[in-house]
Design a protein around this ligand. Structure first.
Ligand code: KG4
Ligand code: ZN
Length: 342
């Protein structure tokens, strides 16, 4: 069985061909980082226009790598939730058109379930049931995952997502987009204990929530002075920049690790699977490993390339195929999705 998977929820246009044993037969990805870098973040309208140009070449490339034609496919799967509306629409419309042209069934992919499924693809082990942590540019959420397409929300961020905080703090520090990799690099020469940035709710195991907005403000006050917002005239040395980056990164990582451990305890579970771009962070991976050893849980974090958006993680569509979950051609997008995993 072969499925074409399509991902266009944010600023990566990606397609892959996977088989029912989760083998990746072809995978293609066009990143828009260069396009958005000068704006310091993703500009939705520009993203969708770029998806429009990239989508068919990326699909053709994935099929060519897999030495597969549209006719050979058993289904076409596409991310329709959550994500940027204009971006999701390009992928969904392309997938529908291909389904009509080749007379193939359509499968919907939930981007968040796909991020966790990246671990299933990478490790080829049965991970479920587990606690799932998704840490990306748009999400910081914990789920009780009974199965690959059966998620129940445990808690989420009450304001910014972790990746969003990385991107905004990088911009304050004059570091390039995307902020995660830039902050990680700057932090290498910084002291993570230089500034005691806040770790909200970390001492309250009953609240499985995140909050990164106050942390962002704490960095701003560090740069501009307490109570001031304008830091355009602030001069900071390379060492101070590295110290702020390291201290900020440490605070985010402590919250993500701490809340994940609390979620595992609350659910009585012993397996944690992590997905999303922030899971590519080296310090996050290091501290999560330490926490797994200390608290004796099994940890699965996909390799960095499968943490950031890609279409290989869309292999979760195999599970929907097996369950007979196909979609009509009037399937819509759900940009803000709270729909948990039917
Ligand atoms: O999962 P993803 O590719 O897209 C979304 O679904 O949002 O995540 C992108 C986010 C960005 O905010 C980016 O700054 C962050 O992941 N990111 C990182 C790292 N690599 C990417 N954050 C921290 N450290 C990294 N190494
Ligand atoms: Zn993502």
């Amino acid at each position: 069985m072969k499925i074409l998977t399509i991902e266009s929820s944010c600023d990566e246009t990606a397609a892959a061909v996977v088989d029912d044993r989760r083998q990746v037969l072809g995978a293609s990805l066009a990143s828009q980082i260069d396009v958005h870098q000068r704006f310091g973040g993703v500009v939705p309208e520009i993203a969708s226009r770029n998806h429009l140009e990239a989508i068919l070449p990326v699909v053709s490339d994935a099929l060519a790598q897999a030495e597969t034609t549209l006719d050979d496919l058993d289904a076409i799967a596409v991310v329709n939730a959550p994500g940027l509306a204009g971006s999701l629409l390009i992928g969904l419309t392309a997938a529908k058109a291909l389904c009509v042209a080749a007379n193939k069934p359509l499968i919907a992919i939930n981007h968040l379930q796909a991020h966790i499924y990246a671990c299933r693809v990478a490790f080829d082990e049965d991970l479920f049931p587990c606690v799932g942590l998704i840490v990306s540019g748009g999400h910081s959420s914990l789920y009780r995952c009974a199965g690959p397409i059966d998620f129940e929300p445990l808690g989420t961020t009450i304001d910014d997502a972790a990746g969003e905080a990385f991107d905004k703090v990088a911009s304050m520090l004059g570091l390039p987009y995307p902020g995660g990799p830039s902050i990680q690099k700057a932090a290498e020469s910084g002291n993570p204990k230089a500034f005691p940035f806040p770790r909200p709710m970390l001492n309250d195991p009953e609240r499985l929530q995140f909050s990164f907005s106050g942390l962002k403000t704490a960095v701003r006050y560090k740069l501009a002075g307490v109570g001031k917002v304008d830091f355009s005239t602030t001069q900071i040395s390379e060492q101070e920049r590295a110290d702020v980056a390291a201290s900020f990164q440490e605070a985010v990582v402590d919250c993500l690790v701490g809340k994940s451990v609390q979620a595992l305890k609350k659910c009585g579970m012993k397996t944690l699977c992590v997905g999303g771009g922030v899971a590519a962070n080296a310090r996050f991976r290091e501290k999560m490993e330490d926490a797994a050893n200390k608290n004796r849980f099994k940890l699965y974090v996909a390799p960095p390339k499968l943490c950031t958006d890609n279409a290989v993680m869309g292999a979760v569509a195999i599970e929907r195929f097996k369950a007979g979950l196909f979609e009509p051609l009037d399937l819509d997008i759900f940009p803000g999705l709270v729909r948990d995993a039917q």
